[in-house]
Design a binder for this molecule. Sequence first.
Ligand SMILES: [Zn+2]
Length: 325
Amino acid sequence: MSDLQKPPGSSANAASNRSPSEIVEHVVGPVEWTEDTQGYCECPGRDQHTSRNGRRDCTVYLDHVPTLYCVHGSCRQAVETKNRELRRALTNDGEVSTTKPRRPTAAEKARLAQARCREGIRIRAARSRDRILKEWSWPLAQIMQDSPVTMPENAGDHWQPLLRRFHPDDVLWLGDKFDSGKPEHGWNFRTAREWLEGDAAPAPLICPATFQPGSINRSNENVVARRFLVVESDTLGKDQVGAVFRWLREKVDLALAAIVDTAGKSLHAWFYYPPPDVVDELKLVLPVLGCDPKLFTASQPVRLPGALREGRHQKLVYLGSEVQR
Ligand SMILES: [Zn+2]
């Protein structure tokens, strides 16, 4: 392990009295260190980004060849220039080092290997983004045409088939945003069977998870099981986001239960909840593909089809045939 690979904050070398992390921050600005040898910083070519900026677009790696990597492509020139500057700064300081390198422990090695693996997945997804959006294109009209099950004619009835995708004894929360936390909110927690006894959509929102019987709080602690992972995007339009849904269904092999038109700007895809290792990967990949990570929170509510939103029905545009429980 050369002096360049020393973790941030370890003893500074004799010549400059600056640790590698200090040298890096001197060159690229403040770094949010996530591992001994990597962290996030602001992209030196941020001004040239042509798509939305994220807080974690640009990563600095200190192991092997010190490198900045940004998920955007439009800043490549600026990133390359900064990389040369970074390597020069670290080499100039590193050459005269006399300190003995510290050997990483087995736990540190494992942690770094895992972090590198996670980052690899994220980077691969970022590189594939444009290709996925193009090759797996699935515009809204085509989604509706491809639906294996025909939707009820009256959009006001669309909540029923979705609730039938749950187990009849599952306790579901349906309600409005703030219908949680007070004794009267026991009303909002009922089994799927009980909800289905009504004849109109009972509320505008639903949770894709199930709750403890007797809950009054729509909180993660009261979640019993996660039945669905709902994927949506704030940035991809209704004719674009289908590509991510189709890629998840055909390439990642997730089972697609339904797609909901939220009567706003977006579509929500309801996938049967995948196994934990797949969820871990999706947490890395989906944000890079432009999909909202807040839906990984168990108690996050989403739009219920069949309910009205500003005079327009939230509705099903796709309904899978199989029921998985
Ligand atoms: Zn960039």
